[in-house]
Each structure stands twice: as structure tokens, then as C-alpha cells.
Design a protein around this ligand. Structure first.
Ligand code: ADP
Ligand code: GLC
Length: 495
């Protein structure tokens, strides 16, 4: 059946326009997959400096749209671009809010006016769809930056606007970012205190939480893996919101993210020096050689297991385990390459270790898309020791590139990596349970030992490379949820 649902899709990052992490990968690919299934999806994104400098084809579609911000109305222009799959992307241009070096803040902290920036974005998205005469059947919001939208639909846009009654789906990509702001700033949002600032609404321990607004005022909530959907209902992972998720569990769905294999497949990847595939693996060794050279490691590393990481440098990602055990890991006679940007303390700790093990550790600080692809293609083992991981995309990329993942069994990592069994030769990687340094090293040890048995290792790589996480299946699940909210069979939400 062809699905003609009209979907307004709101995210604060969308690949390839603006990216800091996996949200951009998802928002860059899922709309295209939905479009393939017949849905009319339109994206909205702030016109950040990164987009301005990105050399994309743009045209102005609306000028001087008046957007509410607190008690004022400020003008904004709307530009239009398209994703590779032909999905329209509307960019909100307002330079005092979005023409900045980064998307959310600097190394010192978040921008002081993020509430203003993302309130403006939420209002602008709603006003522009009205102005473009695009009446969506539903609005799909992602993470705290868009959490205000479901509340606005129930509040100021609930009476007069053509959007009144439009159902919303809210996807939690990461519960660690709750969009918290002081209660006194509520007037910025345009929401009335009595109506919205209470424990059943967007109040969270005396603060505004835009994430909570998205969760309580949406008709359906999704998160990015089945395991994370269960975990966030527990006190260990719920970060104080477990009660809310338990209460809404009938409308909470865990849908695994997919992979865009046009971008992440060593057979077609335009970033890698040598393409390769399961039946033609020579390129992998050559990619390893050129990566070793690029990162300035000792050429002898070619014979050793080469470990890699590509990550935001954030506590979520398990860097405390890595830093504590770095010396022990390197005693296993391996090479290690890390690409990351973020927390300065983590940077410093890794840098110190890299200095102690020159020639065997390569550490690149920054956000570097081509290097991320070189690392995927060049390493033998890919490490993700996350404290929690809603889905995680890099383990799925690693599998496709024959880089065997060693992961902590949590969230989407647990759903996608299957522990290798040396007897049956089934499985695609190595997992550890307790968030403990020794457990992490033990899992790396298993991988490094198996690496010496090259026949079995080949089998293990092949198991991973044949895994298929393409978007189609997950996009169909989203469509089912879209239909359920549009045609009405969902649980009542907070009013
Ligand atoms: P998260 O969204 O929590 O950061 P994911 O695994 O879902 O984690 O997605 C991370 C995405 O960001 C992947 O596409 C990964 O390759 C990319 N990435 C992370 N750090 C960097 C970096 N320093 N340079 C280039 N790409 C990076
Ligand atoms: C978040 C999560 C990550 C997930 C990504 C995309 O940033 O940390 O696990 O893959 O969003 O959904």
C-alpha cells in the first residue's frame, strides 16, 4: 500500500548539513527511507554557520516570517535545500541565533541562550509549515531541542492554528540531554505557567525540561533500540524519568536505527583508499597500511591487532574505563587509534597515554568525517565500552567494515552485537556486562587472542559483514506508529 502520510520532521542536526553525532545520521537517512515508502516528509533545521559554509544548493522560499520569541516577534527567512534522496529541508535563517561556530555550545559549555534558540526553532517550524500550506498529518520530533513542539500544539497553537490537533511522535535519542532551563525562563517559550509548569507537564525537579515536554505531550514516544526502551524504565538508566516512561509504556516503542549503506559500505565508500567486500578482502589490509601511515604509527603495527574508536569524548562513551586500562590494553601488543572531540579532561588523559606509547597510539582530536571512514576500514577491532548507549551507530558501521566490535552489553549495542562462540563459530563480536575496567579488558583479550587464529578471525569478520541493518525495516515500523497516531488508536496524553 502506498502511504501518503504528510510528515513534518524536526531535528537539530541532519547529515550532511550539520552533524555532531548519530542524530544527524538518523535524521539524514530515515526521511529518505520513509519517502521510499511513499510518505511526504519535510525536514526543518536551523540555518547554522556550518550549513552556510557547507556549499549546499539553497534557495530562499520565505522572507521575513514573524516568529514569536517571548513577548516579541522576530523576523526570519526560510531557505530550502534537499537531501540526496530528494527530501526538502527548510532552514531557519536568523543569524543572531544560529550563525555561531558550533551547534550547541563551545568547549566551555552550552550557549547561554539555548532556550531562546530552540524555542525560536520550534515556533518557526510550526509557522513555516502554515506559511507553506503544508498541513502535516503528524509531526515527528527528535530530542530536547524539538521537545517544545508537542506542548505548543497542545497550547498556543491549539485553538486557532491549522495545526491544532496534529499528533506528534517524539523520539528520545539520548536521555542524558534533558534540555533543562530555569523555571523563570518559561515566558520565553510562549507557554502558560499554570497550564504547563507542573509535575505532569514539563516541570522536572523545579526546572523546565524540554525533553520531558516532548515525552509527556506526544501521542507516541519512540527510542532507538528495544533494549534502551526497557532500560529507561529502570532507575539505573532512567535518570529520574523512569516513572514517566513506565507510565507511558503502552505508547513507548524501541525501534533500532538503521545504517545508510550508500555512505557506510567499504565496497562503495568514496573516502577509503581501497574498496573491499566480503569476497574481495585485499583492500582491508591496504586500508590498514595507509591508516597506520596516516596516523604516524610504527609500520610494525601492521602485524598486530589494530584497535580503534570514533566517538564524542563524553562520559557516556566509557572513556574512564579506557583511560584507566590503557597501559594494560597496550601490554597486549596492539596498536590503538582514537578519533574524538569533546571533553577536555578526557582529551588530556588520552593524550598523556598516547605520549607514553608513541608509535602505537594515534589520537586525533576533532571532528573529521573522512578520517572516521579511514579508521572503520583500517582497524581490526572497534571498541565501544559505553556506560549507556541508546542505539549506537558505529558498531553497525564497524560490522560492515570487518572491524570486530568489542562493546558493553547495553542499549543498542546489546541488540546488534552477538557474542562470538568459538565452538559454533556463530556471533559477530565480543560483549562485556559489568561497567568495570577488568571486564572491558577481558573482552578485548578474547578478541586479541582470536585475532591470532586467522581462519576463525576471517569467519568472525564475515559474520559481521553480512549483517544487514538497512533502514527499510525500521522505516516501516515508524510508519506503523505514524498510522496509529494519525488514525487514533493511541493512549490519551497529558492535557
Ligand atoms: P552518538 O550519537 O552518541 O555520538 P552514534 O554511534 O549514534 O553515537 O553516532 C556517532 C556518529 O558520529 C557516527 O556517525 C560517528 O562516525 C560520528 N562521529 C563521532 N565522533 C566523530 C568524530 N570525532 N569525527 C567524525 N565523526 C565522528
Ligand atoms: C544518540 C545516542 C546514540 C544513538 C544516536 C542516534 O546520540 O547516544 O546511541 O545512536 O543518538 O539515535
Amino acid at each position: 500500500m502506498v502511504d501518503k502520510l504528510k510528515v513534518l520532521f524536526l531535528a537539530s542536526e541532519v547529515g550532511p548539513f550539520a552533524k555532531t553525532g548519530g542524530l544527524a545520521d538518523v535524521a539524514g537517512a530515515l526521511p529518505g527511507a520513509l519517502r521510499q515508502l511513499g510518505a511526504d516528509v519535510r525536514l526543518v533545521l536551523p540555518y547554522y554557520r556550518l550549513v552556510r559554509e557547507g556549499n549546499f544548493q539553497l534557495r530562499t522560499v520565505l522572507k521575513d516570517l514573524k516568529i514569536p520569541l517571548g513577548s516579541e516577534k522576530l523576523p526570519a527567512n526560510v531557505l530550502e535545500a534537499q537531501t540526496e534522496d530528494g527530501v526538502p529541508v527548510y532552514l531557519i535563517e536568523r543569524d543572531d541565533l544560529y550563525d555561531r561556530p558550533n551547534l550547541y555550545g563551545s568547549a566551555v559549555g552550552d550557549y547561554y541562550d539555548n532556550l531562546e534558540r530552540f524555542s525560536f526553532f520550534a515556533h518557526a517550524a510550526l509557522i513555516l509549515s502554515d506559511a507553506l500550506l503544508f498541513s502535516p498529518d503528524l509531526i515527528h520530533c527528535h530530542d530536547w531541542q524539538t521537545g517544545l513542539v508537542p506542548a505548543l500544539i497542545k497550547g498556543p497553537y491549539g485553538d486557532t492554528s491549522t495545526l491544532a490537533g496534529t499528533p506528534t511522535v517524539f523520539t528520545v535519542h539520548n536521555l542524558g540531554y534533558q534540555g533543562l532551563f530555569p523555571a523563570g525562563k518559561l515566558p520565553v517559550t510562549g507557554l502558560l505557567k499554570d497550564e504547563f509548569f507542573h509535575p505532569e507537564g514539563l516541570e522536572f525537579w523545579g526546572k523546565i525540561s524540554l525533553l520531558k515536554a516532548g515525552i509527556v505531550y506526544s501521542e507516541a514516544i519512540t527510542t532507538v533500540s528495544p533494549t534502551y526502551a526497557r532500560e529507561i524504565q529502570t532507575s539505573e538508566y532512567g535518570l529520574g524519568m523512569e516513572g514517566i516512561f513506565k507510565h507511558r509504556r503502552a505508547s513507548l516503542h524501541g525501534i533500532l536505527n538503521g545504517v545508510d549503506y550508500n555512505l557506510w559500505d567499504p565496497a562503495v565508500d568514496s573516502h577509503v583508499t581501497f574498496n573491499y567486500s566480503p569476497r574481495k578482502m585485499e583492500g582491508k589490509r591496504r586500508c590498514k597500511e595507509s591508516l597506520i601511515q596516516e596516523m604516524g604509527l610504527d609500520p610494525s603495527v601492521i602485524k598486530k591487532p589494530l584497535l580503534g574508536m570514533i566517538s564524542r569524548l563524553d562520559n557516556q562513551k566509557g572513556f574512564d574505563l579506557l583511560v584507566q586500562m590503557l597501559d594494560e590494553i597496550l601490554e597486549l601488543d596492539v596498536g590503538l587509534i582514537i578519533l574524538g572531540s569533546g571533553d577536555e579532561l578526557i582529551q588530556k588523559a588520552i593524550q598523556d597515554a598516547a605520549t607514553r606509547h608513541q608509535g602505537r597510539v594515534g589520537f586525533e582530536i576533532g571532528f573529521d568525517e573522512p578520517l572516521a571512514h579511514h579508521i572503520m576500514a583500517g582497524v581490526d577491532i572497534f571498541l565501544i565500552p559505553s556506560r549507556y548507549e541508546p542505539c549506537g551507530l558505529t558498531q553497525m558501521y564497524a560490522l560492515k567494515y570487518g572491524a570486530v566490535p568489542v562493546v558493553r552489553a547495553t542499549g543498542g549495542l546489546d541488540d546488534t552485537v552477538v557474542q562470538f562462540d568459538p565452538l559454533t563459530k556463530e556471533g559477530n563480536g565480543f560483549k562485556f556486562g559489568p561497567y568495570k575496567p577488568a571486564a572491558f579488558v577481558a573482552a578485548i583479550h578474547q578478541a586479541v587472542n582470536l585475532f591470532q587464529d586467522s581462519r576463525t578471525w576471517k569467519r568472525l569478520m564475515a559474520n559481521g559483514m553480512k549483517a544487514d541493518f538497512s533502514w527499510d525495516k525500521s522505516a516501516r515500523r515508524y510508519l506503523e506508529i505514524y498510522r496509529s497516531v494519525v488514525y487514533g488508536n493511541f493512549q490519551q496524553v497529558a492535557q
